[in-house]
Design a protein. Sequence first.
Length: 273
Amino acid sequence: MESRGTRVALALWTLLVVAFLWLPLLLIAVYAFNASQIQSWPLPGWTVHWFGVAWRDPDVRGSLWLSVKVGLLATGVAIVLGSMAAFAIHRFRFFGRESVSFLLLLPIALPGIITGMALNSFYVYAGVGFSIWTIVIGHATFCVVVVYNNVLARLRRTQGSLIEASSDLGADGWQTFRFVVWPVLSTALVAGGLLAFALSFDEVIVTTFTAGAQTTLPIFILDNLRQGQQFPVVNVVAFAVILLTVVPVTIAQRLTSDAGIVRRVHATELTTA
């Protein structure tokens, strides 16, 4: 067993790491309530005035709506393609299977600027005009990986004997999927979708190369910071992005844990059945 000094040292080190990660984010949250247009410390006062200013700004609302639409569309594409790829890799043995798995994982490891440059060159070469769909395709390249990883990990943790027992008891393919496969995979799909949406919502590098003249919320923040304009509004928007990113990631972490929400509900139903 560890000594008391070791436990204290580990706890202190953990607190320092958490503080290193979260203090900059907390500072942005505090500046969102700054009564002054100048970022200085200590704050001269507190106000929620800039939240109203940001909400009434048509550029902010347009950027927010574009980011939400892109995130939802990219998440939908990622769920379909990622889950299909995970099923194929898990169930079938074929030549080049490991190579295909590697190619599926590669986009998340490549620097975003490389992916963005490659997609931009392809769009220009193919004569594809920049639109919401060019952004969605760019985001889907890395969102698919998140769903694929979650679903494949859950499939590998699922006992194959459950599906075999379902078939032995006379269940057809749809019944096996509905009553055996779906309860096991539901949390992985939901968690993967939430993580994919969070990644898409705050993506800026790939979006810069695939958006053309369109402005998502992260690009709105970057443009205004570069020009040194609307710092109070930018702080409010950044605070909103933090919340909209943290919430789905937290839910996804909860769902993928052994005590996930959907898993607990399903277990309760089986117990009471």
